[in-house]
Design a protein. Sequence first.
Length: 273
Amino acid sequence: MNEHEAIWQDIEAVTRLSMDIDERWRDIMGYEGYYQVSNLGRVRSVCRKWRPISRILTARAVNRYGHLAVDLHKDATRWTVTIHRLVASTWIGPCPNGKQVRHGSNGKLDNSVSNLCYGTPSQDQHDRRRDGTHGGRPVRRSDGTEFISATVAAEEMGCTFSNIYNACCSKQKTAVGYTWEFIGPQRKKGTGIPRAVRRSDGIEFESMEQAARETHCLAPSIGRVCQGKRKTHHGYGWEYVNEEIEERNTDAKLPSCNDSNREVFTTHQESIQ
């Protein structure tokens, strides 16, 4: 049995367990008359003139965390959206600032409203650790206490993510009275330290890659916003948490011309004149 077949067997099992609950449907905001989402986490297209029969959309895994998503079409535009976000926004309400959708004990394949809630990034990190999809780097405090990521450590210690991150990267000696270090193998020589980034609403991420995965953005576009080459990406401003790294990169000197290159350049200028 391959991985795809195993995922769909899990989805069918969760669906069978949920069928004892009455399934109710609501219109998806912005797609009224086109699509609906149920309290059990299923999405269907609404009956229209050219399609008199409604049909359940096929979900598919879209990211490394295994979240299920569907494609919604309207006005010749396709929107790929994860089902747990659709269910939460439709049945729970708008997501508060600084919060994100969490899956309960039934795991990420159960997108029913009873298995979803809003929570902090720290709580979501614990959920991913439980499901085996955690992607952050664990950190260790000088007294031996370990945390699954710098984000979780910062929230439990009552400080900012940048304090823990900079202490792990030796950019500062201590954070909240402790020294800190990353757990696990060191990065290969030449790859450098990952640059942590902060979104304009205050949420911080350990790297642009992590930010792109968790917010469904593009890492290169986040980097261009951090470098000031564009104003926003997906409606948010972005900046580097550790400004020293950015300053080090921007202040790098260009290689100087040697005498032979300077002579060639002078000869070229004379030929033009």
